[in-house]
Design a protein around this ligand. Structure first.
Ligand code: NAD
Length: 417
């Protein structure tokens, strides 16, 4: 069966997931789209040959029609997930929903209730569960190679320029407009840690602050926009928009993400205009950002095992680093290579799980984007929900862990689940 798809929100993610239908036309087809931005709507509409009458400007127009497709990919921004998810569940669509499910626990519960009521297939885009790396890691853990997990140390190195791009200047900078940092960035990590631990979490505790990207940390003489900053100050700033988008990328021939977020058609002129006038040209110390740039979360699991997680902006942008400490061995990983140390034999085993990074859907998020789409499409085609690793219950559980950790950060208290 070829699965027919409606794509809601044709930005970075909607466009990315839709590529699955171009790469595997025998498995899926984009038959309808909803997107208010005409350039994006036409780009994806043309790429998939969607007829004009099925190119909607708003998801509500698509939801006002009788069911147009087997499944809907909901790829709108964080605070625009609940309403369409509930509406399309009611219309009988199977649903692929971008993470986070929604910015509040109540909204997440509403989505889960609507999906269960409708009895439709449902997957949240927790892509890390679907990577080859995670599959191999779970295999190693299930084999008993390190015994029972006692604790995990996990680092999410967001990266200095990625923080500046997405969480200081960009879409996820301001909690009221999107969601808090732990939900926006680390719901992946908390979900993945719960998946790897494979046991319920009991208590969480967290600290986190916006330590650096604030007005009072601006260097003397800095201007409100990088293009207007004195060269001496701008050239000494690792977060300079001229450095991040022009010198480090466009000048090196890179026109993809994150440069293509500034403007639909990337040329030197359009990028310069965006830097002069748009949000991505602002000084990182003069934005309306309020999400944290560093956060730690401690977790206690039901059997006494523990996890400590750190999210920080202040590093190179790289894969997540995780150390897993077991009763018979330990594991060091960098999201590609799994290095296993056996206490009995004192031998090290190295497992390389790297995927070909060609920039296509097969490589996005270490193969997770493809793994997720392949699992969702075959679940829909074969009416087999067991292919989905990120359905209602496990996703709600890990989201509730995130909300509990954030409550702890705000109140200074340990929060029990
Ligand atoms: N799974 C992951 O690893 C991952 C990675 C990045 C982002 N995300 C999540 O994916 C979601 C989308 O992120 P993005 O980077 O693609 O954002 P984006 O801003 O590029 O895309 C969102 C699109 O939704 C469109 N939109 C707005 N109102 C609409 C409406 N009424 N009807 C239809 N479309 C509408 C916007 O015009 C925009 O094109 C967010 O929730 C984000 O947190 C997930």
């Amino acid at each position: 069966m070829k699965v027919k798809l409606l794509v809601v929100g044709c930005g970075a993610r909607g466009t990315g997931y839709s590529k699955f239908a171009l790469d595997f036309p025998d498995k899926a087809q984009v038959v309808a789209i909803a997107e208010p931005n005409p350039e994006r709507r036409n780009a994806i509409g043309d790429a998939h040959g969607v007829p004009e009458n099925l190119r909607f400007h708003d998801w509500k127009d698509a939801a006002a029609q009788p069911r147009l497709a087997d499944a809907v990919l909901i790829c709108t921004q964080d605070n625009m997930h609940e309403e369409p998810a509930i509406a399309f569940a009611g219309l009988g669509y199977d649903i692929l929903l971008e993470k986070p499910m929604a910015p509040t626990a109540e909204a997440c519960r509403n989505i889960v209730a609507a999906v269960k009521r409708a009895g439709v297939m449902f997957a949240v885009c927790h892509v890390l569960r679907y990577t080859e790396y995670t599959r191999r890691l779970k295999e190693v853990l299930a084999s008993g190679a390190i015994g029972d997990i006692v604790s995990i140390q996990h680092l999410e190195p967001v990266g200095y320029w990625h923080q500046a791009h997405s969480f200081v200047r960009g879409n996820w900078r301001n909690e009221a407009e999107s969601s808090f940092m732990l939900l926006a960035k680390c719901c992946h990590d908390v979900d993945w840690l719960r998946y790897v631990m494979d046991r319920p979490c009991k208590q969480l505790q967290s600290f986190g602050t916006l330590k650096h990207f604030r007005h009072d940390c601006a260097p003397a003489g800095a201007a409100a926009r990088c293009m207007e900053c004195p060269a001496g100050v701008e050239c000494n700033c690792p977060y300079s928009a001229i450095k991040i988008y022009l010198r480090d990328r466009l000048d090196q021939g890179q026109t993809g993400w994150p440069v293509n977020v500034l403007t639909q058609n990337v040329t030197r002129e359009t990028v310069l205009k965006a830097l002069r006038e748009g949000p991505y040209g602002r000084c990182v110390y003069e934005c309306d950002n309020d999400v944290v740039d560093n956060q730690v979360v401690n977790m206690l699991f039901a059997d006494g095992s523990t996890v400590s997680m750190t999210m920080t902006a202040f590093n190179a942008h790289s894969g997540r680093l995780t150390r897993i400490f077991g009763t018979r061995g330990s594991i060091d990983t960098d999201s590609n290579t799994i290095t296993l140390f056996d206490f009995l034999t004192t031998k090290k085993t190295v497992i390389d799980t790297a995927v070909n990074n060609d920039g296509g859907i097969l490589s996005g998020h270490g193969g997770g984007d493809f793994g997720l789409m392949a699992a969702f499409i075959s679940a829909v085609a074969e009416r087999d929900p067991s292919k989905i690793l990120s359905g209602t219950d496990e996703t709600l559980e890990s989201h509730l862990m995130v909300f509990a950790a954030e409550e702890s950060r705000r109140t200074g208290k340990v929060v029990s689940l």
